[in-house]
Design a protein around this ligand. Structure first.
Ligand SMILES: [Zn+2]
Length: 174
C-alpha cells in the first residue's frame, strides 16, 4: 500500500492521514466529507512539509485510493475485516482504516459492528511506561519496532520519533 513512499514523503503521508482524521473528527455534529478533509489536509501538508503541488497531489490521491480500496474490500465482508484488524497493519494502513470508517455511512449496522471491532482492537494499544512481556512492539507513530527478550520490560518513549503509543506485533519479524 503506501509503503511505496519513503523518507520524508512517507512521513508527510502519515502526517496528512492524521490531519484528515483530525479534520473529519473536528466538527461535532457536522460530518465532514472525506474529500473535504483531504483537500484541507493536502493544503496543510504542502506548507507544513514543504512539498511540491505534485507531491501533495500524489499523497492525497494515494490516500483517497487506499480508503476506497479498503471500503470495497472490508465493507462487504465482516470476517475479512476481523482478519484485517488482527493483522499487523502499517501505520498508513491503520490511518486509512480510520478514514474509511469515518467516511462511511454511519447508519448501517455492518459499519457499526466494524467500528466496534476496530475500537476493541485500538483499546489494546500500549503506552510508554507500560510493563510488557517479551515480544515485538511497534511504535504507532513511526513504525519503529522494539524487541524485548526478558519477562518484564518497560516500554520507553520511541527512540526514533519520541512517540508513546505502541501495539504488540503478533507475528514478530526479527
Ligand atoms: Zn516512533
Amino acid at each position: 500500500m503506501a509503503s511505496r513512499f519513503q523518507g520524508r514523503l512517507r512521513e508527510a503521508y502519515n502526517a496528512m492521514s492524521e490531519r484528515v482524521l483530525e479534520v473529519m473528527q473536528a466538527e461535532h455534529g457536522v460530518r465532514q466529507s472525506l474529500d473535504h478533509a483531504l483537500m484541507q489536509a493536502r493544503e496543510w501538508v504542502m506548507t507544513a512539509r514543504e512539498l511540491t503541488h505534485e507531491e501533495a497531489d500524489d499523497l492525497a490521491a494515494t490516500l483517497r485510493r487506499e480508503v476506497d480500496e479498503l471500503s470495497q474490500t472490508l465493507a462487504a465482508a465482516e470476517e475479512e475485516f476481523e482478519d484485517w484488524v488482527e493483522t499487523d497493519l502499517l501505520f498508513a494502513e491503520h490511518q486509512a482504516v480510520e478514514c474509511m470508517l469515518l467516511a462511511a455511512d454511519p447508519t448501517t449496522r455492518d459499519l457499526m459492528r466494524l467500528k466496534e471491532m476496530w475500537a476493541e482492537q485500538m483499546a489494546q494499544l500500549l503506552h510508554a511506561g507500560d510493563a510488557v512481556e517479551a515480544g515485538a512492539y511497534e511504535c504507532v507513530g513511526c513504525g519503529e519496532v522494539l524487541h524485548f527478550d526478558g519477562a518484564k520490560n518497560l516500554l520507553p518513549y520511541c527512540p526514533v520519533c519520541g512517540g508513546e503509543v505502541y501495539r504488540r506485533l503478533r507475528s514478530a519479524v526479527m
